[in-house]
Design a protein around this ligand. Structure first.
Ligand SMILES: Cc1cc2nc3c(=O)[nH]c(=O)nc-3n(C[C@H](O)[C@H](O)[C@H](O)COP(=O)(O)OP(=O)(O)OC[C@H]3O[C@@H](n4cnc5c(N)ncnc54)[C@H](O)[C@@H]3O)c2cc1C
Length: 382
């Protein structure tokens, strides 16, 4: 039986970064995934993810984001190609909504530069974008997008260079406690390790069945719309709108499919992530088309591509990065709640700190499980 210092289940958005960070510290690590990675069946596909600093979700994320920017630049330098494109981000919403006050709170707390526009000024300054007169636009110049599949491949390449072993496209891994360590089975093969990292995204509920915290998995649709206007070219801003109908966001045109648009709110519950139905939801599509018609009027309503993806939501929509409450040899990185990818380098470093040093100096206490009342359960899953 092969033995490792650590085994990571999941080589997706977070797992790839965690495996790389562990290997670069000299930890003997095995990364396992049920699919060939990157793939389209989890939470880390669809070409792009937004990265931003004035974080409307909470100002406590900002120091981690500043660190993430530094680490994305390091990964780009190692990979030899660009992964983070700083196109700027236009965020639009009512003054008394969730988005605009949240962006301002983070910008004020951390002295981040944000430019403000009235509803009318948005149309003048950002041709191709419209907003209601009573809305405000906040432009964050250092924001932009990440190329998600390329970044996963870059992390796995660097991990292998640093000595990690990667096992993909196999049966789902199962694990059990083995004294102070763990055993992980993949089909007939069994591996042993001192520590286990569960970075299994929407499959976490299946792997850690009695954590005492409910992770809700929801299906999200992404649509690409044909574009013939030069107003949404590849360097035009990423956008995020809070409207009464949803939180609509999108990306400039990167290829022949046109622009990508989706709604951050809502989502149908997924009982079994391995059997997610990928059919288009016509009502959801219609809401996106109505949004485009009102706010990006130069876009054609012709859908050129559609993909589904999953959010794994924690009860408060903040991340979970912690040791298992009863099994110190098991570390969890989950509950990224539809906004985690931009943090992938920091999650990698934080988890590697926990595995290698016992604790991370990064300010991640607010991701600890103790914030939820009374986690129970052994997590001892066969
Ligand atoms: C539509 C959409 C838009 C998003 N937009 C943004 C955004 O703009 N900005 C942002 O920062 N974040 C965004 N997010 C969130 C972000 O993409 C996710 O938080 C992040 O990618 C989650 O990564 P993960 O590693 O947890 O999951 P995944 O990448 O899904 O990785 C989990 C992996 O574990 C593997 N696995 C699970 N169980 C097993 C098992 N038993 N054995 C072997 N392998 C297993 C799976 O195959 C999978 O590869 C978005 C998410 C979606 C769905």
């Amino acid at each position: 039986m092969q033995t490792y210092d650590a085994i990571v289940i999941g080589c997706g958005g977070m797992g790839s970064s965690i495996i790389c960070a562990l290997a670069q510290r000299g930890v003997r690590v095995l990364g396992i995934d049920q699919y060939a990675v990157p793939h389209r069946r989890g939470s880390s596909h669809g070409q792009t993810r937004i990265i931003r600093q004035a974080y409307f979700e909470h100002p406590d994320y900002v120091p981690l984001l500043l660190e993430a920017y530094r680490q994305w630049a390091e990964l780009e330098a190692c990979a030899g190609h660009k992964l983070l494109h700083q196109t700027g981000l236009l965020q639009v919403g009512p003054l008394d909504g969730f988005l605009v006050p949240g962006v301002r709170a983070s910008a004020d707390a951390h002295q981040l530069p944000i430019e403000t526009f009235t509803g009318r000024e948005i149309a003048e300054n950002f041709p191709g974008f419209r907003a209601a007169e009573d809305c405000v636009g906040l432009f964050e110049r250092q924001a932009g997008y990440l190329l998600v599949e390329k970044a996963i491949s870059a992390y796995l390449d660097q991990a292998i260079k640093a000595g990690a072993q990667i096992l993909t496209d196999r049966q789902p891994a199962r694990w059990s406690v083995d004294g102070q360590g763990v055993r992980v089975a993949v089909g007939e093969e069994v591996f042993a390790a001192g520590q286990l990292v569960v970075a299994a995204g929407s499959w976490t509920n299946q792997l850690v069945v009695d954590l005492g915290v409910e992770l809700q998995v929801v299906k999200k649709h992404m649509y690409w719309f044909a574009n013939e206007s030069s107003r949404y070219h590849h360097q035009s801003p990423v956008f995020f709108y809070e409207t009464p109908q949803g939180y609509f966001y999108g990306f400039p045109q990167l290829d022949a499919r046109g622009i990508k648009v989706a709604d951050h709110r809502g989502g149908e519950r997924v009982a079994d992530p391995g059997r997610m139905d990928a059919t288009i939801d016509r009502d959801d599509q219609r809401r996106i088309e109505d949004f485009l018609c009102d706010h990006l009027p130069d876009i054609s309503p012709q859908v050129t591509d559609h993909q589904v993806c999953m959010y794994t939501r924690s009860p408060d929509d903040h991340f979970i990065i912690d040791r298992h409450p009863h099994l110190p040899q098991v570390v969890l990185a989950t509950g990224f709640s539809g906004h985690g990818y931009k943090f992938a380098p920091v999650v990698g470093r934080a988890v590697a700190d926990i595995v290698a040093e016992g604790k991370s100096p990064l300010p991640i206490d607010f991701f600890a499980l103790k914030r939820f009342a009374g986690p129970t359960g052994s997590g001892d899953v066969e």
